[in-house]
Design a protein around this ligand. Structure first.
Ligand SMILES: [Zn+2]
Length: 362
């Protein structure tokens, strides 16, 4: 079996000749949704909170029950080489996926609006910024990092259980809301994989419980396995404070060493499962503060996607189960915000130190 690197997987993702993916779990564009002008629903501000080549994110307001509520508005840029039709199709695809995701660890997308020449996603505003910002402030305690890890896993598990793979999990795409809840954003590369499932006796392609998923959807590529890989890399960045390598390719020395350790282990003990007593001896593992965590991340980075843990298996790992988490497991318990009402005690204060000081001095 060929040794698959993350690059191979990404290449397959980008240049896949796999069957066209349709969008059965999400309502289609034909379902009534009117794209209104942004100004009709929201008041624009001059606050820009993010600026990239694909989009610019600004703050907008809307009055709700007498209160001014802040939202983040993502203005999608259209590259010159992309036709208007393709630009709109991509925006609709992302919107169709995002508006059907409702989980505490996923940012709610509220509307798709137009502000010529842009299409604009309006979503909940998470005021403490992304995980990169939080890590740069270097004030996160170990318990808070573990809590972030579990929250990320829960968001991804929810997506996978709804037949959707995120495909772009990284610290920049995880943002912190005011109530200590970490949320996944940016579904521009997300794909629905549920349509690739085999039909049941009635010819319907329904998702069963996550456990019953077929081991692989394509011959050589499984979108969920890529998400698990990306969760492990993001977790490494959270716990070790840096990425394990710049690029997962043969030119990168750190990745080369990591791969070499795996190769040795798989050649010596091809049938032994990866455990705390049998795992690749890498500098990767030494950079992590707990052996259980190192073993877990290595199992999430198994070179063969079919042997990699699923996101549900990661959540069921005893070390992960024991993590105290500030966020509710599902939307059911999070519909009412606030510790007392939803019964979720806040274990940590995840806010950056400067924000804590600011609020204490209020
Ligand atoms: Zn927490």
């Amino acid at each position: 079996m060929p040794h698959l690197t993350i690059q191979d997987e990404i290449k397959k993702l980008r240049c896949s000749d796999s069957p066209t993916v349709t969008r059965s779990p999400s309502p289609k564009k034909t379902e009534k949704y009117i794209v209104q002008k942004l100004r009709k629903q929201f008041e624009l501000t001059k606050d820009t909170i993010g600026d990239g080549s694909f989009s610019r994110v600004k703050i907008v307001h809307r009055k709700e029950q007498g209160t001014l509520v802040k939202y983040a508005a993502k203005f999608l840029n259209r590259e010159a080489k992309v036709s208007e039709q393709l630009y709109e199709e991509r925006a609709w695809k992302e919107f169709d996926i995002a508006r059907n995701l409702h989980h505490p660890n996923i940012a709610e997308v509220i509307s798709l609006c137009r502000h010529n020449p842009h299409l604009v996603f309006v979503m909940e505003h998470c005021q403490h910024g992304d995980l990169c910002d939080l890590m740069a402030k270097a004030t996160l305690r170990h318990g808070a990092k573990k809590c972030f890890f579990k929250q990320m896993l829960r968001g991804v598990a929810y997506m996978h259980s709804h037949g959707i793979a995120h495909h772009d999990i990284k610290p920049e795409n995880l943002v912190l809301a005011d109530d200590n809840v970490l949320k996944l954003i940016d579904f521009g590369l997300s794909e629905v994989f549920a349509d690739l499932l085999p039909p049941d006796s009635k010819g319907e392609r329904k998702l069963g419980p996550v456990r019953e998923f077929p081991a692989r959807l394509y011959d050589s590529y499984d979108a969920r396995a890529l998400d698990v890989w990306s969760c492990a890399i993001t977790a490494f960045a959270i716990f070790a404070g840096d990425v394990p390598w710049d690029l997962a390719d043969d030119e990168d020395k750190s990745y080369q060493a990591f791969r070499g350790s795996w190769q040795y282990l798989l050649e010596e003990y091809p049938d032994l499962p990866v455990t705390a007593d049998n795992f690749p001896l890498t500098t990767f593992a030494k950079a992590l503060p707990e052996k259980e965590l190192a073993t877990l991340l290595l199992r999430m980075l198994h070179p063969f996607p079919e042997k990699r843990m699923t996101i549900l298996e990661v959540l069921e790992d005893p070390w992960v189960q024991a993590i105290e988490c500030c966020s509710p497991e599902s939307n059911h318990s999070s519909t009412v915000r606030g510790d007392k009402d939803c019964g979720i005690p806040k274990m940590h204060d995840h806010r950056p130190l400067t924000d804590e000081l600011a609020s204490n001095s209020d």
